[in-house]
Structure formats: structure tokens, C-alpha cells
Design a protein around this ligand. Structure first.
Ligand code: SAM
Length: 332
């Protein structure tokens, strides 16, 4: 919804560059979502940049919550007599502005929130976000979201060698204490300053080894217990502990790619459709709207684009080319 952000996370943006892409009127995003929903999209995630910086977000959620899926779970088309289900509406945010907005967003129809938190130690957190005092703001946002019924809140932590790999066990404690799902994400080459190297990635096997060696309490034996997947296109492998308290997800696009199960498409703030985080180019959906295309034309065009979705990313392979945009300009 925007590529502006109020944080300067060391692995994402330098903070020297401001927003680079246009923001569209929210009505244009609503129209694009409506057309995508008519084609079978059922989950919508609002992200950025920092989506809470956009005014009109709560009203946008209200409008999205009125939409219904185009198909029933058995594949039968929804009809007027037998309408589809509400969409699954989620938001990814750094949480800085979340505390006062959590309840209005929940009342508007938002289902779930993911908050990005890369440390549970306030000093390490501020070193990563480069915003003093940010930890307490974000923690308040997480708690407000839980209280507003947007839970279980997912907390995303990108692990970065030399910065926060020592936070793995403290995050597991945090999950158990706060009742949130903590998800560790492998660092991908999508940063503004091109600092990614394979050595900066903390791989899934290392995260598992650290958590498997940990005893959550003196009465709980060490060792993670794997949980079943929620859906075929789920990106995270899910775990709990022997006593069932806490949930850990691991998203490992670098060491264990899941491209074959990926059913995502993204729309950027300026209205480009992206079929992969690592796409070498975008498809300008908004250009069609500017030319006056009707919804049927938009739908036909989207189908054609999605048929060209990349088979996989090529991270770590010789000849890997950096994508045409960085994460902050795409939306994670
Ligand atoms: N500003 C919001 C936030 O902080 O959640 C939404 C946008 S942010 C780009 C979305 C997610 O992408 C965050 O969880 C962030 O940690 C993650 N992210 C950013 N750069 C990444 C990278 N190079 N590799 C993996 N995840 C990244």
C-alpha cells in the first residue's frame, strides 16, 4: 500500500532513500482486489512499506470485509442464493503505530495481524530498527492486537548472523509467555544495500538445533514437536514444545525453498502485479485501469500474467540476478 516506512531495519532499507513508487487511491486497490477475488483469491494481506502509514486503511478493511469468495471449498461457483465466504484478511506491520489501531481494524473486519519483531531485547531491537524506544511501542502493539481478538498474533523475526541469532531461545520464551506464534525467517537477498551473503543467513537446521537443545522448563523435556501444516501453500514449518505451550514457525526460503507450493501474487503500491518476490520485472496492472479497461479485461490480463508465474527463485545459484525491486518496495 506504500513503500514508505518509519523504520530503517538494517537488513531491509538504508533510510537514505525515501519512497520510490507512487501510491494509488485506495479505491483502485479495492477494484484490483475485487477482480482478483472473482478469479479465486481468498486471502488478502495488506503490507508495504509500512501499511499503517496510509490513511484510509480502516475504511479499506471495512470494504474488503464485504467481499465474498467466488468459489465454495468444493470448487462450485458462489451464487446469489449460495454466496461465498468472507475473505481471510491479514495485515503485516512493524507494529509501531498498531496499539491505537488494533481495535478499529478488528472491528472493521481484519482477521489476523503479523508483527515484525527482530529481537526481544530492547537494545538489540533498536540497533536493528535504528529507531530508539521502538521495542516498547511494538510490544504494546502486539498486546493490543491480542486483546482486540486479532490473535494469535504472528511475530516475524528475520535472523541475521551477527545481530540476533542469540535471540532464538528468548523468542521461544516470548512465544510461550505472550501466547504469540513466533516465526523465524531466513534472510533473503532483497535488501537495499546489497549486503546479503550466504554467511549472513541463519539456516533452518541451525534454528532447529538450538531449539531442540533447549528445555522450556525443568519439568518439560527438550525437543520440538512438529505440528501439521494448516494448508498446502503454507510457507512455515510449525513446531511446539513437549508441553504444547508456544508455537514456532520456520520459514526457510533459502535453505528449503517452497516455490512449488507458492500461490501468491503481489500488487505493489503503484499497481504492478508481481508473480514472485524475485521477479525480474513487474506487470503494470494499473496501466490497464488508466487506459479504461473494464473488469473482464483486467481479469483476462491477470490470468495471462499468472500463467507466467516463475517456477522458482534462484537464490544461492551462480547467475542469480537481483530482483527488479527490494522488499520494501514489494511488500513482504
Ligand atoms: N513494514 C511492515 C513490517 O515491518 O512488517 C511490512 C513490510 S516488511 C517489508 C514485511 C516483512 O518482510 C517483515 O517481516 C520483514 O522483516 C521482512 N523482510 C524484509 N526484508 C527481508 C529480507 N531481505 N529477507 C527476509 N525477510 C525480509
Amino acid at each position: 500500500m506504500t513503500d514508505r516506512c518509519n523504520y530503517k531495519c538494517v537488513y531491509c532499507r538504508t533510510g537514505n532513500e525515501g519512497a520510490q513508487y507512487t501510491e494509488l487511491p485506495i479505491a483502485d486497490y479495492l477494484r484490483m482486489v475485487r477482480v482478483l477475488v472473482s478469479l479465486g483469491i481468498e486471502k488478502v494481506r495488506l503490507t508495504g512499506g509500512e501499511p499503517l502509514l496510509r490513511t484510509g486503511l480502516v475504511d479499506f478493511v471495512t470494504d474488503l470485509a464485504r467481499l465474498r469468495t467466488a468459489f465454495h471449498p468444493d470448487g462450485a461457483p458462489a451464487t446469489e442464493e449460495n454466496p461465498g465466504r468472507p475473505l481471510d484478511l491479514a495485515l503485516t506491520t512493524n507494529g509501531h503505530l498498531l496499539a491505537p489501531l488494533a481495535e478499529p481494524l478488528a472491528n472493521a473486519g481484519l482477521n489476523r495481524v503479523t508483527v515484525s519483531m527482530d529481537a526481544v531485547d530492547p537494545d538489540i531491537f533498536a540497533r536493528i530498527t535504528r529507531v530508539p524506544g521502538s521495542y516498547d511501542r511494538v510490544l504494546a502493539g502486539v498486546r493490543a492486537a491480542q486483546a482486540a481478538g486479532l490473535g494469535p498474533v504472528k511475530v516475524n523475526c528475520v535472523l541475521l548472523r551477527g545481530f540476533n541469532e542469540g535471540q532464538i531461545v528468548p523468542f521461544a520464551e516470548f512465544s510461550r509467555r505472550e501466547g504469540v506464534v513466533v516465526r523465524f525467517i531466513e534472510f533473503m537477498p532483497l535488501e537495499e544495500d546489497r549486503s546479503w551473503t550466504p554467511q549472513t543467513v541463519v539456516p533452518m537446521d541451525e534454528i532447529l538445533a538450538r531449539l531442540n537443545a533447549w528445555r522450556p522448563s525443568c519439568s518439560t523435556p527438550a525437543g520440538l514437536v512438529e505440528l501439521p501444516q494448516n494448508s498446502a501453500s503454507e510457507t512455515a514449518r510449525r513446531y511446539t514444545f513437549a508441553d504444547g505451550i508456544g508455537e514456532i514457525g520456520i520459514i526457510a526460503p533459502v535453505s528449503h525453498p517452497f516455490c512449488g507450493h507458492c500461490s501468491r501474487v503481489r500488487i505493489t503500491s503503484d499497481g504492478a502485479l508481481r508473480t514472485c518476490l524475485f521477479s525480474q520485472s513487474d506487470h503494470d496492472l494499473h496501466a490497464l485501469i488508466r487506459r479504461g479497461a473494464d473488469d473482464r479485461e483486467l481479469a483476462a490480463w491477470i490470468r495471462g500474467v499468472v500463467h507466467q508465474k516463475e517456477a522458482r527463485h534462484h537464490i544461492g545459484e551462480p547467475g542469480f540476478l537481483k530482483p527488479s525491486r527490494n522488499m520494501v518496495h514489494i511488500g513482504g
